[in-house]
Design a binder for this molecule. Structure first.
Ligand SMILES: [Cu+2]
Length: 158
């Protein structure tokens, strides 16, 4: 009898601790934001059949402005995942401004058929994760722990 009560108490205590940790993970202010949102103006040179630079790295939440300069024929840009598009006439700077609110690795590619190797005119935009992602990972981990606890100490019918 007393053993059963103790088991129940232990289980409640565990759940309480788990819930507390979950709240902290979800809401605790971070001691220092890893990187405050910044503005990037990136000159992106387009020529058949490449972008320079071909890889761009920003942090989630940053405002990004591409200044696309074509040095030969008409090129374009389409950013996967963001669904953004712009065309760049030779000699004219095309601007594409957006907030990098989605973390991950996205390809950008030429959106104007510009020649034989046009399909291979590809670059990469990497948007580094922010705290939100880490909180998500933390919570996912906790739910796994919770699931494991529940599995180990299933509620008894009586
Ligand atoms: Cu092209």
């Amino acid at each position: 009898m007393s053993h059963r009560i103790q088991t129940t108490l232990t289980r409640y205590a565990l759940w309480l601790i788990l819930a507390g940790v979950a709240l902290v993970v979800a809401w605790a202010p971070l001691p220092a934001r890893v990187t405050p949102p910044t503005e990037h103006t990136i000159r992106l040179e387009a020529k058949s059949f490449e972008y320079t630079p071909s890889e761009i790295h920003v942090s989630q939440g940053d405002r990004v402005t591409f200044e696309i300069v074509s040095t030969d024929v008409v090129h374009g840009i389409y950013i996967d995942g963001y669904g953004l598009e712009a065309n760049a006439d030779p000699g004219q700077t095309a601007r594409l401004s957006f907030v990098a609110d989605r973390a991950g690795s996205f390809r950008f590619r030429c959106s104007v058929t510009c020649g034989a190797l046009h399909p291979f005119m590809i670059g990469k935009l990497r948007v580094g994760s922010n705290a939100l992602l880490w909180r998500g990972i933390g919570l996912a981990f906790l739910s796994v722990v919770a699931g494991w606890l529940f599995y180990r100490q299933p509620l008894r019918a009586k």
